[in-house]
Design a protein around this ligand. Structure first.
Ligand SMILES: NC(=O)c1ccc[n+]([C@@H]2O[C@H](COP(=O)([O-])OP(=O)(O)OC[C@H]3O[C@@H](n4cnc5c(N)ncnc54)[C@H](OP(=O)(O)O)[C@@H]3O)[C@@H](O)[C@H]2O)c1
Length: 267
């Protein structure tokens, strides 16, 4: 891991957003980050399933943190809805009152695993996939950048990426291409804005509903084999294990701008 800058301190007042916080890695990230946030912090949890979001919220309650959650479909949300969802929980507080503005772009989906790569032609479906996984991640991030514009150097952005962003995986053309585009957007942003801390964190293979989706839906034999092996050999990580590692990487702050740091990278 390239070393560039200083530790990150989340023990002050932190404004923090986690997308895809209703289950899986997003829930675990929300729980782990909530333990680190200082007094007068605000944690905003986003996903569609309100009931599961409320469960995550109850797991994140601390004396320091006000937790709010909002059901939002990030495939369809407009930029106004996105900026509202970031601004309303402030309830009149100013962003300058926070020491840090932190966002975890964790939301993600796998796309259509039942179409062979050489037969991809449903542009409408592909576009919908990119809406959630790329275009609206960028749009939400832009609303976050606008919100913290006057205190730009307080911003920290974490994109939950994947090995699939940098290494092709048979049968996952939607996912790999989307993750690659999304990661590169954050790398470009990091290149331009050296005063904003940007991390691309790759969580490793994690036991979430995504794994079952691959086993149920994939038509590519290689892909099915890889995931069956993960499951049968018990090599899948628990969400809380990778979320803790993500916090460790973040707090150590040794990543270079936009660096892709994997769970399995040496420390
Ligand atoms: N699991 C792995 O092995 C693995 C490996 C590498 C990278 N990752 C990445 O880690 C991230 C989290 O994955 P996960 O395994 O935790 O997946 P997951 O269990 O399927 O969780 C996905 C989250 O995204 C939310 N979401 C999905 N569609 C949404 C929409 N239209 N609008 C708003 N929220 C939506 C889901 O909530 P609702 O359904 O409530 O909306 C859920 O909270 C993803 O970016 C994934 O690519 C995972």
């Amino acid at each position: 891991m390239a070393s560039s800058s200083s530790n990150i301190d989340l023990s002050g007042s932190v404004y923090c957003v986690v997308t895809g916080a209703s289950q899986g890695i997003g829930r675990a990230i929300a729980i782990e980050v909530s333990k680190l946030l200082g007094p007068n912090s605000l944690l905003i949890l986003l996903a569609r399933n309100k009931q599961e979001l409320s469960k995550t919220a109850s797991l994140c309650e601390t004396n320091n943190v006000k937790v709010v959650y909002e059901s939002i479909d990030l495939t369809k949300a407009t930029k106004t809805e996105m900026s509202d969802v970031l601004e309303k929980p402030l309830e009149g507080r100013k962003v300058v009152d926070f020491d840090i503005g932190l966002i975890f772009h964790n939301v993600g989906s796998l796309g259509n695993l039942s179409v062979e790569t050489q037969r991809m032609e449903n542009v409408e479906e592909l576009r919908t996939y990119y809406d959630l996984n790329v275009f609206n991640v960028i749009t939400l991030n832009t609303q976050f950048l606008k919100l913290f514009e006057e205190v730009e150097d307080r911003m920290i952005i974490v994109n939950i990426t994947s090995l699939c962003a940098i290494k092709p995986m048979s049968g996952m053309a939607y996912y790999c291409s989307g993750k690659a585009a999304r990661e590169m957007y954050f790398r470009v942003l990091a290149e331009e804005k050296k005063n904003i801390r940007v991390l691309n964190y790759s969580p490793g293979p994690v036991e979430t509903s995504m794994i079952d989706y691959v086993l149920d839906e994939a038509v590519n034999d290689n892909l099915k084999d890889v995931f069956h092996t993960f499951k049968n050999q018990g090599t899948l990580l628990k969400p809380e294990v990778t979320a803790k590692k993500c916090m460790k990487v973040l707090l150590a702050g040794k990543f270079s701008p936009g660096e892709h740091v994997d769970y399995f990278d040496d420390e």
